[in-house]
Design a protein around this ligand. Structure first.
Ligand code: 4GX
Length: 231
């Protein structure tokens, strides 16, 4: 799977993908991440990517032209709504990014992530260039870069052949799908007087399996009751 990222801060992406699952997926050759500097597609002396909003108001917007030129140079033959690849604009106004969106993206050949800065992006990008606007949550970031990094991390660990994801896929069984993970403990069996549940120390695997399902249900009821009302 391939990610393209278009940003005015390409250096932002040096760090996050050099560790853990994403780094291993890149090393194994199942994941490729290409980061592009939006200023590549400017032609004036100051490499201008932003301008003032029509109608007035605070702040600046990313101009349509460099963003259209970037996408059209990275994917010259691409058409809106094409299967297999998607242009995604990170934006607080977007469709909510969830685990099911991550699974959807992991099945694609390529995703191009557009990171906005300033107060936003010329609306023609959302309307006529992006296949979708995507939000990682209901809060305001200062740019799309952190959102893009979150999307890449969550999608990368689902790509077939990424180390460890076969076992994890099996573990997300029918009975615990859509629930929070059950609580877990490691040694010692007692720490500052707090004891690990006896059943987990006993070695009765069938009993442990049933206990974990019930513990996952109880934790979900307590922390995220909204998840119990979903499909
Ligand atoms: N999940 N932001 C993008 C600039 C912007 C504004 C409008 C496009 C349209 C965010 C989020 C997020 C803040 C990223 C505004 N770009 N991104 N930025 N929540 O808050 O992804």
């Amino acid at each position: 799977m391939k990610f393209h990222v278009v940003t005015i801060f390409p250096e932002f992406f040096r760090g996050p993908f050099e560790h853990g699952v994403v780094a291993r997926a890149k090393a194994a050759g199942v994941l490729d991440i290409q980061v592009h500097d939006l200023r590549t597609w400017t032609s004036d002396r100051h490499k201008t990517v932003d301008d003032r909003p029509f109608g007035g108001g605070e702040g600046m917007l990313l101009k349509a032209q460099p963003v259209f030129d970037a996408v059209e140079s990275i994917w010259p033959e691409r058409t809106l709504g094409e299967a297999g690849r998607k242009v995604v604009l990170l934006s607080a106004q977007g469709r909510r990014f969830t685990q099911s969106v991550a699974r959807e993206y992991a099945a694609l050949e390529s995703v191009l992530l557009l990171c906005g800065r300033y107060e936003g992006v010329d609306e023609r990008v959302a309307e006529h260039l992006a296949d979708e606007e995507l939000s990682i949550g209901d809060y305001v970031l200062s740019g799309g870069e952190l959102g893009a990094a979150v999307v890449i991390d969550a999608v990368a660990r689902l790509i077939p052949g990424v180390l460890g994801n076969e076992a994890s896929a099996v573990q997300e069984s029918f009975t615990t799908a859509g629930l929070l993970d059950c609580p877990q403990w490691t040694r010692p069996a007692e720490f500052r007087g707090w004891k690990v549940p006896d059943v987990l120390l006993g070695g009765n695997h069938e009993e442990i399996r049933k206990w974990r399902i019930e513990a996952a249900r109880e934790k979900t009821r307590r922390m995220r009751p909204d998840l119990l009302n979903e499909a």
